[in-house]
Design a binder for this molecule. Structure first.
Ligand code: NAP
Length: 262
């Protein structure tokens, strides 16, 4: 077994399913000490057992990332129970889309709250200690959707553009420090979030493969990690097309109901 993360404290938000859960198992295999946070603690209990059977030390935390006090309390608890955080991965997120005729401000606010404010609260709670120690790794899970906006899901795209912008600025400001800031931009990954998508998802990737790639990108100190690369190229090409052509596949055929994964 590869124990490269032995003794390192990894704090993961959104660890109860999907990418977060797969990252937890991957870091457990690497010998990390895990602080797993989410709202559904029953799911976290099971993941904790699995990670412990892989040899990891694990603590779980009930935490709603939209509630800043919750996040601060969680980080204080982690410091007390496990010691200073070496790697924080702001992964918690929700998606959602709606047709313009059913413009949904409630869902829009939720997407911005969880994806943007949640990430800010998470990073804001962890950074002071990292700055004091002048060491640590800050990771945000953005998306290839941060590079382009689509009909119906533009609020999600906007939330991920904000995530990428926040992390880029933070990285530049911390460039003289010993703190690494990594932006992860996945394409389509098979998780609960994508399970209800009623359209063909190009290059849909297995979540464990995605987690392995993410962990490798963080370990090599990547600034931005876009994957799968073929999907990144498609988005590059789409960005060069006239706007009306991007919208074409959405005319009529793709009827996405107002939906959110949670
Ligand atoms: N799947 C993809 O194709 C894809 C592609 C690009 C980027 N991403 C990003 O990857 C991240 C993980 O998504 P996923 O695909 O793994 O989806 P998922 O399986 O639905 O997991 C989402 C996680 O976020 C947590 N979460 C949601 N709202 C929360 C809140 N208010 N407070 C705390 N935790 C909250 C959930 O935990 P609880 O409900 O238990 O709190 C859950 O653990 C998201 O940021 C997503 O935008 C996903």
């Amino acid at each position: 077994m590869n124990h490269v993360m032995s003794g390192k404290v990894v704090f993961l938000t959104g660890a109860s399913s999907g990418i977060g859960e797969a990252l937890a198992r991957e870091y457990a295999r690497q010998g990390a000490i895990l602080a797993l946070a989410a709202r559904r603690t029953q799911l976290l209990e099971k993941i904790k057992k699995d990670c412990e059977s892989l040899g990891a030390r694990v603590e779980i935390f009930s935490c709603d990332v939209v509630v800043e006090g919750d996040v601060r309390r969680t980080v204080a608890d982690i410091n007390k129970k496990l010691g200073p955080i070496d790697v924080v991965i702001a992964n918690a997120g929700v998606s959602g889309s709606f047709k313009v005729g059913r413009f949904n401000t409630e869902l829009s606010a939720k997407i911005i709250d969880v994806n943007v404010k949640g990430l800010l609260y998470t990073i804001g709670a962890v950074l002071p200690e990292m700055l004091k120690r002048n060491t640590g790794t800050v990771v945000g899970i953005s998306s290839l959707a941060s590079y382009i906006s689509f009909p119906q899901s533009y609020v999600y795209c906007a939330s991920k553009s904000a995530v990428s912008a926040i992390l880029q600025g933070l990285r530049l400001e911390l460039s003289e420090s010993n703190i690494q800031v990594t932006t992860i931009c996945p394409g389509y990954i098979r998780t609960d979030m994508t399970a209800s998508n009623q359209f063909t998802m190009p290059f849909l990737m297995n979540v464990d493969v995605a987690a392995q790639r993410i962990v490798r990108a963080i370990a090599r100190g990547a600034d931005v990690y876009d994957f799968p690369r073929r999907m990144r190229w498609i988005i590059r090409v789409l960005s060069l097309l006239p706007q009306k052509m991007i919208a074409l596949p959405f005319r009529g055929g793709r009827d996405v109901k107002a939906s959110s994964n949670k």
